[in-house]
Design a binder for this molecule. Structure first.
Ligand code: ATP
Length: 255
């Protein structure tokens, strides 16, 4: 079944489209086979969260937008799942907050970086970093720690969606302000993040962009107030509570 053949009135339409995009990503050589497993984990958590953006996640997305707008050198990190699921949305966010895009893979190969960069350019990106691979994240082996010296290595704020826990911890140790998008509130990556966004990437990225547009004229003090008002522990606790309370049974509720 192709994406256009999925009936729009199917109760699990969004989930099926997402699954199809990951499959297509694997076929195009931009998503790894391990990316399929990550997708499966993500789907399970999204189901438990009610396949919706919790109010606590929306607050995290607004804090992320404010933090990105206030940053000196923000970078959006893109892996094979992000490129397959939300290429155009990632480019739109980079434009809205004036961030660089860097392809950064758990298992770096030049070939896959090139393919992902080309895919992002097809979706409107001008400049995509990740191929210079002349920098490193200290504390990781070469394949997992390679970054661009003028990209993630030099960034003050990084958005790392669906990131592996070791790398999230190593970026934190470098002093980066980390914004992690991950559906599992118990995963190490969101627990390490300054701003954990417990939401599906496909909903989170456009919503951060919408908040960034809304905050485009805010002063530095106003941006700081939005970022300071955010509590990462509270957002993790709210997502855990939503899962425990079975919010998936009442997807229209705003709790
Ligand atoms: P850690 O090492 O931090 O514990 P992990 O082993 O859970 O991480 P992976 O196996 O790489 O990490 O799993 C990828 C993560 O990405 C999972 O937590 C999964 O919930 C999340 N994920 C998958 N798809 C999406 C998506 N579309 N949006 C947001 N998060 C997603």
């Amino acid at each position: 079944m192709t994406e256009t053949e999925i009936p729009e009135d199917h109760p699990r339409y969004a989930s099926l489209v997402t699954r199809h995009r990951i499959e297509a990503g694997v076929e195009m050589g931009i998503t790894s086979k391990q990316g399929l497993i990550a997708q499966g984990r993500g789907e399970a958590f999204d189901y438990l969260l009610g396949e919706r953006t919790l109010p606590s996640a929306d607050a995290a997305e607004r804090a992320a937008a404010a933090t990105l707008l206030a940053a000196d050198r923000p970078v959006l990190s893109v892996n094979g799942n992000v490129a397959a699921l939300a290429p155009g949305e990632t480019v739109a966010l980079a434009e809205a907050v004036d961030a660089d895009i860097e392809v950064n893979l758990f298992n770096h190969t030049d070939e896959r970086v090139r393919r992902i960069a080309a895919h992002l350019r097809d979706h409107g990106a001008d400049d995509v970093k990740g191929l210079a691979a002349d920098g490193e994240i200290p504390g990781l082996d070469h394949a997992r720690g390679t970054v661009d010296a003028d990209g993630i290595e030099a960034a003050d704020v990084v958005v790392v969606p669906l990131e592996d826990g070791d790398r999230a911890e190593a970026l934190d140790a470098m002093g980066k302000t980390e914004i992690v998008i991950d559906l599992n509130p118990g995963s190490r990556s969101p627990r390490t993040a300054d701003i954990p966004i417990i939401d599906n990437l496909v909903r989170a990225v456009p919503n951060v962009t919408a908040h960034a547009r809304d905050l485009a004229d805010a002063s530095a003090a106003e941006l700081q107030a939005v970022a300071d008002g955010f509590d990462p522990d509270a957002t993790l606790a709210a997502a855990e509570a939503a899962i425990r309370e079975g919010s998936f049974a009442t997807p229209d509720d705003e709790n």
